[in-house]
Design a protein around this ligand. Structure first.
Ligand SMILES: [Zn+2]
Ligand SMILES: [Zn+2]
Length: 265
């Protein structure tokens, strides 16, 4: 099992002590674990989110480096919430300190796409298209990143009867995103932080990524607490194998490494 996207108390919404997360991961037999706490510099530019605590970068690196010495399977990453305005802030980060850099879209315009205010006055198609356009823009981030996260995040708190992000409804936008991920040689995350057994992105989207030549995928429970670690890992691995994938991609000092499906070494 791998865990490429997890959080601790260093994130503003963290619920767990990092050592509790690591101990649980050990119990589960996780071969590669990466802590990727939130860097929400996009929030720092928006009036709605001034109260959100930003990460203590020196404290984060110091604590995680101690743990990396102790646990060989443990790695240090970050989740960068993209916005165009926040690019110059992210460019100042010490990227050489990170094993893995996640490129995420949470904010679309003035709101996080989880915020009910984002959806006010918008039909589903308009809201989801705005979100996908933001992801397309995020792929051009001029700083080093490895993985494109949770395509479908917009659905998590959407007020529509059917919140699924269907490939058929957004072919053009999704194809554009997937082709660009392949061109840029980035990794596509499969994220299971949803209620029920659905994933972000959906299987149809993974099939298109595979058809475009994409072979780099990662698994993310996006856990903020130990009990959710490994959530639906077996289902995701089975589904990805059905599509044609045979390995996971993980990063150490931002270099890709393959872990074959079914591996326990
Ligand atoms: Zn995220
Ligand atoms: Zn996350």
């Amino acid at each position: 099992m791998i865990e490429t996207h997890t959080h601790s108390f260093f994130s503003f919404d963290g619920k767990a002590d990092i050592t509790d997360m690591i101990k649980r991961a050990q119990e589960l037999g996780v071969e590669y674990y990466c802590v990727t706490d939130h860097f929400d510099y996009d929030y720092s530019l928006l009036p709605e989110y001034q109260h959100i605590r930003q990460i203590d970068l020196p404290g984060y690196l110091a604590r995680m480096k101690e743990l990396k010495k102790e646990y060989p399977f443990f790695h240090i990453g970050c989740e960068l919430g993209f916005s165009k305005g926040a690019v110059p802030l992210y460019q100042k980060l010490p990227f050489e300190e990170f094993d893995s850099v996640l490129n995420s879209v949470h904010t679309v315009g003035p709101y996080d796409a989880y915020n009910p205010k984002f959806f006010v006055g918008k039909e589903k198609h308009e809201a989801y298209k705005m979100y996908l356009d933001a992801i397309r823009q995020s792929l051009e981030a001029p700083y080093p990143y490895n993985t494109v996260t949770h395509i479908g995040y917009v659905r998590k708190n959407a007020p529509y009867a059917d919140t699924n992000l269907y490939y058929d409804e957004f072919k053009e936008e999704l194809d554009g995103i997937l082709k660009r991920i392949v061109e840029l040689d980035k990794t596509l995350e499969i994220n299971t932080k949803l209620d029920g057994d659905r994933f972000m992105p959906e299987k149809e989207v993974l099939e298109r990524y595979y058809a475009f030549g994409g072979r780099k995928i990662s698994f993310a429970s996006d856990s903020h607490e130990p009990s959710r670690l490994g959530h639906n890992f077996d289902k995701v691995e089975k589904m990805a194998a059905e599509v044609g994938f045979d390995h996971w991609t993980v990063f150490k000092k931002q270099k890709p490494y393959s872990i074959p499906f079914g591996s326990r070494c």
